[in-house]
Design a binder for this molecule. Sequence first.
Ligand SMILES: C[S@@+](CC[C@H](N)C(=O)[O-])C[C@H]1O[C@@H](n2cnc3c(N)ncnc32)[C@H](O)[C@@H]1O
Length: 273
Amino acid sequence: MDAETSNRTKKPATAARIYDFFLDGLHNFPADREAAAQVVAMMPAAPAMAKANRAFLRRGVRFLAEAGVRQFLDLGSGMPTQGPVHQIAQRIAPDARVVYVDIDPIAVSESQELLAGNDRAMAIHGDMRQPQEVLGHPRVRKMLDFDQPIALLLCAVLHFVPDDDVAYALVDEFRGALAPGSFLLLSHGANEGAQASVSTEEHDQIQRVYGQRTATPAGGRTRDGVARFFGAADLVDPGIVWAPEWRPGPEDPKHFAADPRLSCIWAGIGRLP
Ligand SMILES: C[S@@+](CC[C@H](N)C(=O)[O-])C[C@H]1O[C@@H](n2cnc3c(N)ncnc32)[C@H](O)[C@@H]1O
């Protein structure tokens, strides 16, 4: 097989599986590992950043379940492994219901396999840039009651929507569909962190890895740009901070203790009025 044919027959890399590789997961293919290696060559801390993000997600979901949230809509959910949302929420509240949505069909089918037998957690294939398709999906409507509070999770996914017009409009639309007292949990690649970690040239090269090797180009935002996603939501303490600084727990990775900026991830949770 010549190189061109081999490239064509190889599964292209995806953001979900590159991230899974960074988390030491088993749901990734050679193309994902090659793309991940290119990122790590420029940004050696990339796996630690992914782990810091995932640790924030675990702490955030625990906080939300303890605050009484019983419904979760996780957009750009990736693989439900390494402390997945449904396990954390249902450990605290067995009646918690979780809908996972991802654009990567393989992430979705693996999620469906892992969730088999759990009638309060499900995964659908969907593109969050089409909010009405996700919100109107019959299985989403059956699982979630939009008259009651829902936690909308947008964890490490909005940087895969670099176009501001599209990103802010989609979050407005999802927020607008939620009942008062709902929550928004959000984490996002940070331009300020990237500037502290890599050169502009390396940063551009990392963006090219996602732009050329996956279907989801990536681009960070500043803290102000991230704050805009929360709209009128009241931020819960400590506000929008570096991911390792959001209510850190004793079991969390300590990679960025010396300089949390280098986690390159802004994180926060807000409660909708
Ligand atoms: C870095 S992973 C984050 C996974 C998980 N949310 C977490 O924080 O641990 C980003 C995920 O977003 C998904 N994604 C990217 N663009 C998307 C879109 N437009 N709609 C739905 N999912 C998307 C990718 O397939 C990937 O699984």
